[in-house]
Design a protein around this ligand. Sequence first.
Ligand SMILES: Cc1cc2nc3c(=O)[nH]c(=O)nc-3n(C[C@H](O)[C@H](O)[C@H](O)COP(=O)(O)O)c2cc1C
Length: 241
Amino acid sequence: MAPPNSQLADHPGCPVELIARPLYHQDMKFLIFLGSARDSTPPRPARLGQRVSMMCHRLIADRAHGAQIIDPLDYDMGGIFKPHFAYAEGRAPQALSDLAEAILAADGYVMASPEYNHSMSPALAHLLNHFGASRFAWKPSAIVTYSAGQWGGARAAMGMRGFLSELGCLPVSAMSHLPTAQEVLDDEGAWTSDSAKWDSYVGRTLGQLEWWAEAAQRQRLEGDTRATGAFDRVSSQRNAP
Ligand SMILES: Cc1cc2nc3c(=O)[nH]c(=O)nc-3n(C[C@H](O)[C@H](O)[C@H](O)COP(=O)(O)O)c2cc1C
């Protein structure tokens, strides 16, 4: 695919190496997975994840990228686990198929997870388990955890690194952890104090996500298939001889 814009003609006098680089990142879009399906109390408040997701949405929009919040409550996943890839072509529930397409089309992901018993949100893991790793492949993710307690979900985040790596969307190095998130964020996802510091803290994570997403997007758009075989092999072929 041709680069979307190379703007040489628009910048007379500018060193070629500065302007020949296509600005792919202007078109990037991110999915923000809201990690909570809890809609009851105690503990109060419920759905703290909404505030965290709205905050991430705002910060991504501030960077002029597209962002969409994915809420597990919008998906009827039934009582018996049946992943999207287990359905015959065209037979999966529409909402699940729409999400599968959105995952494929996204340039990166924010995984906003509460900490439940020192682990990542089971609702988030359950939703993500509905989709094969090929949908997430060649795209980065960012881990944003939160909790009502003092550790901000840091223990959950450790497990998420392994989970997301296996899923194919490698998590960037900088993570964000939000302790006492019910005090730090209001109902609208705005910081209650120290906004500039919090923006900068989460912005570091999102900045890394943006950098890697742009790099991965360029590689995909340039049709680099050198590594394709290494990504395509089925599980049984990954084993050592
Ligand atoms: C089942 C369960 C387990 C929890 N385990 C932890 C925990 O290990 N560490 C922690 O800091 N908070 C824990 N909490 C408190 C959550 O941080 C708090 O309820 C938060 O609001 C959950 O996010 P949510 O409202 O988006 O579901 C737990 C809450 C629940 C419901």
